[in-house]
Design a protein around this ligand. Structure first.
Ligand SMILES: [Zn+2]
Length: 265
C-alpha cells in the first residue's frame, strides 16, 4: 500500500529529488569476501606506508564486479526517475551511481569518489588523472605477478606530496571535483519552487546533515506542493511542521529502493 502510494506520488511529480546518504554507501562486500584481498590485507598489515594501495584495490573491484543488492537498487532508481526531471545528490564515495545509467548532468557527489585524484595538500587547486602505471602495477600485484616491494606510491607532480583519490578525508579536500555540478544542482532547485516536487531521502544519517537532510526538510517546508519520503532504519523521524507532507519509513534504504522499483517497470 505504502509502496503503491509512493509510486503514484513519483509518477505524478513534476520534479524528483533523490538524496542518497551514508547508509547507501557500498559495503565493499565483493572485496571483503575476496580471498586474494584478504591475503593482501595480511601482507600489508599495519604498515602505514602501504595504506595507499587499499583505495586502488577498491577502485579495481568497483570497475570489475558489482553486487546484486546494489545493482537492483540503482536499477530501480533509474526506472523510477526515467523520463522525469530529476536530480540525485549522493554522499557515497563508491561511484556506483555513475554506473547506473543515469544522466551525469543530473548527479552530484559532493564527498568525491574514485574518478579523479588530487594532491593531499591540494597545493594547486586542481585534480589529476589516476596514473595508469600505478593502477597497472597494483593490478599486477593483486594478480600475484608483482611483489609488494615493487609498488610505488604516486606523488603530486607539483609538490611531490601524496597523490590521493579526490574524496573527503584527504588533508585538504579539493572541492573542484564537484563544485561545477553543485552549481547545476542549485540552479535546478530554483526551478522546483512551487512545483510538484517529490523528494526521496534514502539512508541519510547525521554525518553531513547540511548537505542533504536539513536542506531537504527546509525545501519541503517552504514548498507546499512538495512531499518528502525519508527512508532510514533508525533516523527516519520528521518534524511536526512538515508532518502532513512527509513520511518516515523505518527500513534499509538499499532494499527499500529495490522493492519500490518493482512493479513500476
Ligand atoms: Zn601538490
Amino acid at each position: 500500500m505504502q509502496l503503491q502510494e509512493m509510486r503514484e506520488k513519483i509518477l505524478d511529480a513534476e520534479f524528483i529529488l533523490v538524496g542518497l546518504g551514508e547508509g547507501f554507501q557500498y559495503s565493499w562486500g565483493a572485496l571483503v569476501q575476496d580471498d586474494r584481498y584478504r591475503e593482501i590485507e595480511r601482507e600489508i598489515g599495519d604498515n602505514e606506508s602501504c595504506a595507499w594501495i587499499v583505495p586502488f584495490l577498491q577502485k579495481m573491484v568497483l570497475s570489475r564486479e558489482r553486487e546484486k543488492r546494489w545493482d537492483q537498487a540503482y536499477q530501480a532508481l533509474k526506472v523510477l526517475v526515467a523520463d522525469k526531471n530529476y536530480f540525485v545528490v549522493s554522499l557515497c564515495i563508491d561511484d556506483y551511481l555513475y554506473g547506473a545509467g543515469l544522466e551525469e548532468k543530473r548527479l552530484v557527489t559532493p564527498c568525491g569518489g574514485f574518478r579523479m585524484m588530487q594532491c593531499d595538500r591540494n597545493c594547486a587547486g586542481e585534480l589529476s588523472k589516476i596514473p595508469d602505471e600505478t593502477y597497472e602495477a597494483v593490478l599486477q600485484y593483486y594478480k600475484g605477478e608483482r611483489p609488494l616491494s615493487d609498488l610505488e606510491e604516486p606523488v603530486c607532480e607539483k609538490c611531490c606530496g601524496k597523490l590521493r583519490f579526490n574524496q573527503l578525508g584527504v588533508s585538504r579536500y579539493a572541492q573542484e571535483g564537484y563544485l561545477e555540478q553543485w552549481n547545476v544542482y542549485t540552479k535546478w532547485l530554483q526551478g522546483t519552487v512551487n512545483k510538484r516536487l517529490c523528494v526521496l531521502e534514502l539512508g541519510v544519517g547525521m554525518s553531513y546533515p547540511g548537505i542533504i537532510r536539513f536542506p531537504f526538510e527546509k525545501m519541503v517546508y517552504y514548498n507546499q506542493k512538495a512531499f518528502l519520503y525519508r527512508v532510514h532504519p533508525r533516523l527516519y523521524q520528521l518534524g511536526e511542521e512538515i508532518a502532513d507532507r512527509s513520511r518516515g519509513i523505518a527500513e534499509n534504504p538499499v532494499d527499500f529502493l529495490a522493492s519500490l522499483g518493482k512493479g513500476i517497470c
